[in-house]
Design a protein around this ligand. Structure first.
Ligand code: F6R
Length: 614
């Protein structure tokens, strides 16, 4: 939530900041701002709205300045308006700050500062922090870096910050706790950003600050990283980035979401490349091999995640229990972290997260570690907080996911989790040899079947035109496809703002059936394998109450076709792997409905890609 960008070097800072903010807009997009130093003074520009609005109003202040900072906001404290937008200035007008995170104890700090004569213009916690830094700087006569450190030791909360002092304009102070911060190291220039995307075309060398670390980024002095708590020096670890520019551009698609939906055949292949060896009958995943005993001795596996990642966790529950016969519990990270869960040393916790930055998932991991559990991460973003906080893990290799609605992250998470289930099943002997080999071969074929499922795009678009004005929609599925129903409903509501609910199909008669009439579209996931006959009965129950049925069926299906108003066909696969295919038309359906309703598909209202606040 919130994206931050900074630059100090020899290039004009303005275009770097604007372009960087556009790339980080997925992190929050209710207001934006920037500040530039032109060698004499600071030029500030900020506004409610998107980075394009900021660009409109800031063109005239664009200077040749080679130092600048920018921010794109997802409001936490204070409504989105011009005043609450970042950067925020200290009372003297010397210090400027951009901040991603929340200062939880800002109220007492603010009261104290007001007593000392400080005046506040915004409702934000960030304006409190910049004035606290100024107060420390003045009172204790400290240089900016030291003042930031002292101030940060007084705050409770989360932050990634950049602070600039116009009286000492050769440096930007950066610090992080709980929110990501990367420093791009170029030739006589530095880039600062929430992720590496703003500087990918300038340098492939990056340092990711760890929690409770800060740095003085300056052209005159070597980069030094220090611990905020005790000032000890930390060796900077420069990482070579894997990301490239093409991956973070739309590549001819109208929206990132559509591009990412269409990337699924390739990224699923990337996910299993080098891990799945169907011909040799092998699954090899370093993180699992190194910790196999922990998994095999586990009394149970607890999966923690949020949103779409939680849905992937539910699919994994079915697959791991079926294949490896290990008991699995799936928990919302936000509930798990606050309910004093029973966790034993023999529990294995799997944390799933696309961004690797979700605050609740991160807190759940810390709790599980404190209680002695072994924690395994399934993350997409390499080097993210969750990937570093977990004992071991497996990356999904989906590449950058920029559309706020998660698509390729979901299917690649399921791919990783399926491989884990298969590897454990092999070690435990809980699947017959022939079933194990069959699943490996079927998994290997999934990318081409996903490509075939993508040919339902026109059908999904046609159905979208019929239902784009529906106020509600129900999604039903059973077994492996119950979580897909939840995911389909989430996709629809988050990007089209149509109220949608996912349900296990058989639960319908315990309540939701009361909603069914001739106006209610019901999306039923009914592939041939699995509980087909039961789902057909559920379809009949809807039909006899005049509900409108959109069914996702296996190619060649005739029975459901007779009952449903619309059918979308997907290729055949085994029940356990079917979520990788059934989910595709549901993603396309939501996408087209949202486009037809004129919604901002990539940046739905009130949402942000990376939820770094609880
Ligand atoms: C929905 C969506 C969110 C995320 C959730 C967890 O499309 O994207 O529900 O799945 O915020 O995010 P990660 O996976 O980054 O932890």
């Amino acid at each position: 939530m919130c994206g931050i960008v900074g630059y100090i070097g020899h290039r004009e800072a303005y275009p770097i900041i604007i372009k960087g903010l556009k790339r980080l807009e997925y992190r929050g997009y209710d207001s934006a701002g920037l500040i530039l130093y032109d060698g004499i003074d600071l030029k500030l520009s900020k506004t409610k709205g998107k980075v394009s609005d900021l660009e409109e109003i800031s063109k005239e202040i664009s200077t040749n300045g080679t130092i600048g900072m920018g921010h794109t906001r997802w409001a936490t404290h204070g409504v989105p308006n011009d005043v609450n937008s970042h950067p925020h200035m200290s009372n003297s007008g010397n210090l400027a700050i951009i901040h991603n995170g929340i200062i939880e104890n800002y109220e007492p700090l603010k009261k104290e500062l007001i007593k000392r004569g400080y005046v506040f213009h915004s409702d934000t916690d960030t304006e409190v922090l910049v004035n606290l830094i100024e107060e420390v700087q003045k009172k204790e006569k400290l240089k900016l870096g030291k003042a930031v450190q002292v101030a940060l030791n007084q705050v409770v909360g989360a932050y990634a910050i950049c602070v600039f002092d116009k009286q000492n304009p050769d440096e930007i102070i950066v610090a992080r706790l709980g929110s990501p911060l990367a420093i791009g190291v170029g030739e006589n220039e530095f880039f600062i950003a929430s992720d590496a995307s703003p500087f990918i075309e300038y340098t492939s060398n990056a340092i990711y600050l760890e929690d409770e670390e800060m740095a003085i980024v300056s052209l005159d002095k070597p980069l030094k990283i220090r611990k905020i708590k005790d000032d000890t020096l930390v060796d900077p670890y420069i990482q070579e980035l894997q990301m490239n520019l093409e991956q973070i551009e739309k590549g001819g698609y109208d929206h990132f979401m559509l591009k990412e939906i269409y990337e699924q055949p390739n990224v699923i292949k990337d996910t299993y490349r080098g891990r799945l060896h169907a011909n040799q009958g092998l699954i090899q995943m370093a993180g699992i091999e190194d910790n196999l005993e922990k998994f095999l001795n586990a009394d149970r596996i607890i999966i923690v995640a949020c949103g779409t990642s939680w849905h992937a966790g539910l699919v994994a529950e079915y697959i791991i229990e079926e294949f490896a016969r290990i008991s699995v519990e799936v928990e919302y990270a936000s509930e798990f972290r606050y309910r004093n869960p029973i966790i034993n040393k023999n529990d294995v916790v799997i944390a799933i997260s696309q961004s690797g930055e979700t605050a609740d998932t991160l807190a759940a991991i810390k709790l599980a570690k404190e209680k002695g559990a072994f924690v395994f991460g399934v993350c997409n973003v390499v080097g993210s907080s969750i990937s570093r906080e977990t004992h071991a893990g497996a990356y999904t290799h989906a590449g950058p996911e920029i559309g706020v609605a998660s698509t390729k992250a979901f299917t690649t998470q399921i791919t990783v989790l399926t491989m884990i289930a298969l590897r454990l099943a092999k070690a435990k002997g809980t699947l017959s040899n022939s079933d194990f080999h069959r699943y490996l071969q079927e998994l290997e074929l999934i990318p081409e079947k996903v490509a075939e499922a993508l040919t339902t795009n026109d059908k999904a678009k046609e159905i979208a035109t019929k239902f784009k004005d529906a106020p509600n929609c129900l999604y039903l599925g059973r077994g492996y496809n119950f979580p897909v129903a939840l995911e389909g409903a989430l996709k629809l509501k988050e990007i089209s703002y149509i109220h949608a609910e996912g349900y296990p199909a058989a639960e319908m008669k315990h309540g939701p059936i009361a909603l069914i009439d001739e106006h209610m579209p019901v999306v039923v996931i009914a592939p041939k394998q699995g509980h087909y006959d039961k789902v057909v009965s559920n379809i009949q129950e809807i039909k006899s109450r005049s509900g409108k049925i959109i069914a996702v069926v296996t190619k060649g299906d005739t029975q459901v076709r007779e009952l449903a108003d619309y059918v979308i066909e997907i290729p055949d696969t085994s029940d356990a792997l079917s979520p990788l295919l059934t989910t595709i038309p549901l993603q396309l359906l939501s996408y087209h409905i949202a486009v037809l309703r004129g919604c901002n598909v990539d940046q739905p209202r009130n949402l942000a890609k990376s939820v770094t606040v609880e």
